[in-house]
Design a protein around this ligand. Structure first.
Ligand code: ZN
Ligand code: ZN
Length: 299
């Protein structure tokens, strides 16, 4: 496909020298311009991502609206949580499902589910939305015409996750080791034990803003493309929901990453049960280095 577009471009340039072929050139140029990747110099990543990016740019009225960040964040979060909530309802009647549940005899009550969902909606409406409105009032951000290259997008998402993991590790250790910080800001997140998907964002406002701040700093530091930002937020929301889901499936992320580099749901479940271990949300290297790693089956 890359070769085909490169070939098409070359053909257009050669044909342009021939005045008699003007009509043919117009047709071919039009075909080539349908793929913005061609204009971006045959980058394989852009070939793949450019149509997605072009489609998103046609919905600029939505993506540039002050409501978009809140709508995107809540819709993505609830869409990831609801399947786990359905599994929790089915769990008592499906033995195969119970075998994948880390704490098979626990199940969130309807009251817990509603309370967590209510808090997430309330915090997004009362605290997050006014901030995005302020940001929007400064003027709309101009969207670049070109999509990022695929390797760049993947690299930036991986770096954002690694940086977020390190920043949250430090924040988390501090908020467990300093009793006042724990009592005032982090204790609320530990109120739902064992954890379940909708408890992921059951956090204090300070914790919510701290996590948002780390995300923003990393994105600005790496100068991520807006499409990369969307992908990173989606991946980050998924990983945090999976961390709290309470289910260890054969396809869970910690089983897909080799050498035990990724702790995921089984490690975060240990954190919610034993408090002083597994402070990093995703990867295991910081806890391993600082002696706070505890394996799920350790006595
Ligand atoms: Zn904690
Ligand atoms: Zn947690």
């Amino acid at each position: 496909m890359v070769a085909l577009v490169c070939w098409t471009q070359t053909f257009v340039l050669v044909a342009a020298r021939n005045a008699k072929a003007e009509k043919l050139v117009a047709i071919l140029q039009s075909a080539a311009s349908n793929s913005a990747a061609a204009a971006a110099g045959c980058s394989s990543g852009q070939l793949f991502l450019q149509p997605v990016w072009d489609r998103l740019r046609t919905r600029e009225a939505l993506t540039q609206s002050p409501f978009f960040p809140v709508i995107f964040s809540i819709t993505t979060y609830v869409s990831f949580c609801l399947p786990f909530a359905a599994l929790d309802l089915l769990c008592p009647w499906v033995p195969a499902l119970r075998r994948c549940k880390i704490q098979p005899h626990s199940a969130p009550t309807a009251r817990q589910l509603l309370s967590c969902l209510g808090q997430t909606l309330f915090q997004h409406l009362v605290f997050v939305f006014p901030l995005t409105l302020l940001h929007w009032a400064r003027g709309p951000a101009l969207l670049p015409p070109d999509a990022p290259a695929l390797p760049q997008l993947l690299g930036h998402v991986a770096l954002c996750l690694l940086l977020f993991d390190a920043e949250f590790f430090v924040w988390h250790v501090l908020h467990h080791r300093v009793p006042w910080l724990y009592r005032t800001f982090h204790k609320v997140h530990h109120q739902n034990a064992p954890s379940f998907a909708l408890a992921t964002q059951y956090v204090s406002v300070w914790e919510l803003f701290s996590l948002g701040f780390f995300d923003m700093v990393n994105i600005a530091l790496l100068q991520c493309h807006p499409l990369t930002v969307l992908v990173f937020h989606t991946v980050n929301i998924w990983l945090s929901v999976e961390d709290h889901s309470g289910y260890d499936f054969p396809w869970s992320t910690h089983r897909l990453v080799p050498f035990g580099w990724y702790g995921g749901v089984v490690h975060h479940d240990v954190h919610h049960s034993h408090f002083n271990y597994n402070f990093a949300p995703y990867f295991t290297h910081w806890d391993r280095l600082l002696g706070t790693l505890r394996h799920p089956h350790a006595q």
